[in-house]
Design a protein around this ligand. Structure first.
Ligand code: AMP
Length: 507
């Protein structure tokens, strides 16, 4: 039996006349309209030479057609490779070179700059924010592909790039089986049904917005209000007509900043979930005071979709990420890769149908990511209570999560180190009232030279890096604190600069 995720998202039992997405005031996408466009795009891809297993890279704005493109890749058996629209051509070149896509779909205004980086023979299409462009034109002229290409659980559905601690991007290979497990498990755990209405305000190039939110809603037959971007006004307007909201902590702090967020506004809401980064106690408490809802915090990674969740029924305890999702074997390991007693802090490791198939063309890194017993190492530090409840206490990895986006210090440091006047540097995340963590850089100036100007360093960085990765403060000093081995003491820097975003100075 085929395990194509597409068939799981579009079972014959769900009527085509039901709404899948509503965009803006009244652009309604029934399930039949979405499936029809997905079938046509699948036919376009096939005609362009895309075979099952080939990668299809997409750097497109969030739209109904972008969802159809994702579904088309599943249907055609291709591997969907979504890329953040904030990536610069410099960053895109690395991804495209590594993934060697058979087709690329980009925004009309950006495609010319990317053309030199596309592999020879790679088909190229445009798709704009309104769903227009050469992809849609080609789709109009095709008959839809009727049957989805049969896939096994282990076949790849998508590749998502994640940089880890090294700064070198790694393509996490996600299978059809991984995603079916995540959607099935979460719909059962969170009680999602066709009676729900999901307010979708997350980006769709990341696992949370794409694999958790869209897949759960489509599989359950729950319609979505599909916001092109998160903004407070439309969320406030649509909350009274929604039952479900999936967010990252920053979205909750933004909503709390608006006095219109009240208990009455959320009267139809059934569930608010949060993930991708730690939710602060202040946000959890303030949200409950204002709306009566305890945000349900859950935990996952790109490589493993969903790992744990607070309960739908029962205590949602702030500061914890709940219990292992059914079917997922979560353990806390010590440095010797042995399981620790309950209550001890160690690395979160896990095994199960949600664990990815490894990193694209990186056999060594794929092997390093697993323990000898085949548990995926998350790099997160946590403890597990007697009853199985998990509390994350920090990250063994050096990752910064700012506004729900991952910033890998090593990548920013490497770019900074290439600029004039920079002898060495350290990029760290420190508490930020809005973004969770804010990126700052501490630069050691080249001895004997003049001190580089922070503004000049920032402008040098902005040519290379997406905006969300740029430090909000660059501090230039004579020397960085180092230990006896000459290693920069980042923990010390985090302590010194912990208050930099306090006092209303949010950079
Ligand atoms: P990503 O692969 O982009 O989803 O990032 C995964 C990382 O985000 C995890 O390894 C954790 O460090 C962090 N993360 C995700 N959800 C949570 C959460 N609820 N609490 C704390 N950290 C989280």
């Amino acid at each position: 039996m085929s395990m194509n995720l597409y068939d799981f998202l579009f079972p014959p039992s769900l009527p085509g006349t039901a709404t899948a997405l509503t965009i803006g005031a009244g652009d309604v996408w029934t399930r039949a309209r979405l499936a029809d466009l997905a079938g046509r795009i699948a036919a376009v891809l096939r005609a362009a030479g895309v075979s099952p297993g080939d990668r299809v890279a997409a750097q497109v704005e969030k739209s109904g057609a972008a969802v159809a493109l994702y579904l088309a890749c599943l249907k055609a058996g291709a591997v969907y490779l979504p890329l953040n629209t904030a990536y610069t051509p410099h960053e895109m070149a690395a991804f495209l070179g590594d993934a060697e896509p058979a087709a690329f779909v980009g925004q009309p205004e950006a495609i010319a700059a990317l053309a030199p980086h596309l592999p020879e023979g790679c088909a190229r299409f445009t798709l704009d924010a309104a769903g227009g462009g050469s992809l849609s034109e080609a789709a109009d002229a095709q008959f839809p592909l009727v049957e989805s290409v049969p896939r096994g659980r282990e076949d790849l559905a998508a590749i998502l790039y994640t940089s880890g601690t090294t700064g070198r991007a790694k393509g996490a290979m996600i299978t059809h089986g991984n995603l079916i497990h995540a959607a099935e498990a979460l719909n059962a755990l969170w009680g999602i049904t066709g009676d729900d209405v999901l307010l979708h305000a997350l980006p769709v190039f990341h696992a949370h917005g794409l694999f958790i939110a869209i897949n759960c809603a489509l599989a359950a037959g729950a319609p979505m209000w599909f916001l092109p971007k998160f903004a407070v006004d439309p969320v406030i307007e649509l909350l009274p007509r929604s039952t479900l909201f999936m967010g990252v902590p920053t979205l909750y702090t933004r909503l709390l900043g608006d006095p219109r967020l009240t208990r009455d506004l959320c009267r139809r809401m059934r569930l608010f979930t949060s993930g991708s980064a730690p939710l602060s106690g202040a946000t959890f408490d303030a949200f409950r005071d204002r709306t009566g809802h305890a945000i349900l915090e859950r935990y996952g990674t790109t490589e493993t979709a969903i790992i744990s969740s607070n309960p739908l029924i029962g205590d949602r305890i702030q500061g914890t990420v709940g219990f292992a999702v059914p079917g997922v074997d979560v353990r806390i390991f010590g440095e010797d890769a042995q399981e620790l007693p309950r209550g001890d802090v160690g690395e979160v490791v896990l095994r199960g149908p949600n664990v990815f198939a490894g990193y694209w063309r990186m056999p060594e890194q794929s092997q390093e990511a697993l323990t000898p017993d085949g548990f995926f190492r998350t790099g997160d530090l946590a403890r597990m209570d007697e009853d199985g409840r998990i509390t994350i206490v920090g990250r063994a990895k050096d990752l910064i999560i700012s506004g729900g986006y991952n910033v890998y210090p090593r990548e920013v440091e490497a770019a900074l180190a290439r600029l004039d006047g920079v002898e060495d540097c350290a990029v760290i995340g420190v508490p930020h009232p809005d973004f969770g963590e804010g990126v700052i850089a501490i630069v050691e100036r080249t001895p004997g030279g003049g001190a580089p100007e922070p503004a000049a360093l920032l402008s040098g960085l902005s040519a290379e890096l997406a905006r969300y990765k740029l430090p909000k403060h660059v501090i230039v000093q004579d020397a960085l604190p180092r230990n006896a081995m000459g290693k920069v003491q980042k923990a010390e820097l985090r302590r010194i600069h912990a208050g930099i975003f306090r006092d209303g100075e949010t950079g």
